[in-house]
Ligand binder design. Structure first.
Ligand code: CA
Length: 238
């Protein structure tokens, strides 16, 4: 849902968050922390009730544990994705519990945090997801001075208009939607090219090179960072 709030990049966004988590200690920690950041938090400790609230009440964002009594987090996630695709969901997971399956869920405005996590990390992710949700509603994605209009497909760097090919455009949109996060070449390949490529292909590196070249400004290199042996990360520009 849309809220009109006065904000800057660093300011806490006023938003209502549903927390579905069955460990009272974590509920307490997350609730107090997010409230201190200016968010309203409503908590459900049971999966069935959590799913009901997620589907029927209005929330700006959902923080969802995976192992829950009643309904599992993945079941809840699937029904939220279907019924309310625009509501961002941040999944909480125990280390190693689900990592490869979560990667498969990445496409749907889902972020995840591995327990134990810091409140600062959670609050930062919440702010990024809320901003992304709002940008998706307005059709504008941005990071720093890079701006993409999803409706007109226009791309700007500062005051400069940049012409991108279709693939370059899709790659930039994917990086923007996941900015601040390290993305592996495999993730980028399957998200942008849509199928499993030969693992030896360097097509991702080649296209990152094209993007850098087109988006670079003199003395202001585009913040697409190489993460050695893994992939790439677009700076979050906050
Ligand atoms: Ca749990």
């Amino acid at each position: 849902m849309q809220r009109s709030v006065d904000r800057t990049e660093e300011q806490a966004v006023s938003a209502t968050i549903l927390l579905v988590e069955d460990e009272p200690g974590i509920v307490d920690f997350v609730r107090r922390g997010l409230q201190a950041e200016g968010f309203a938090v409503e908590a459900e400790l049971d999966g069935t009730e959590g799913e009901r609230r997620a589907l029927h009440d209005s929330f700006d964002l959902i923080v969802l544990d995976l192992m829950l009594p009643g309904r599992s987090g993945l079941e809840i996630l699937a029904s939220v994705r279907q019924a309310k695709p625009s509501v961002p969901v941040i999944v909480l997971t125990a280390r190693g519990e689900i990592e490869d399956r979560v990667v498969g869920l990445d496409a749907g405005a889902v972020d995840y945090l591995v327990k134990p996590f810091s409140l600062a990390e959670l609050a930062a992710r919440v702010r990024v997801q809320l901003r992304l949700a709002e940008q998706t509603t307005t059709g504008i994605l941005s990071a720093g001075d890079i701006e993409v209009n999803l409706l007109t497909r226009q791309v700007r760097r500062g005051s400069e208009q940049v012409r991108l090919s279709t693939t370059e455009f899709e790659l930039l949109v994917y990086l923007l939607r996941h900015r601040g996060r390290v993305l592996s070449r495999e993730q980028i390949l399957s998200a942008v090219w849509g199928y499993e490529h030969d693992p030896t292909t360097n097509v991702v590196d080649v296209y990152i090179g094209y993007l850098r070249r087109k988006l670079n400004l003199p003395e202001n290199p585009v913040p697409i960072f190489t993460v050695r042996t893994v992939g790439y990360r677009l700076g979050d520009g906050a």
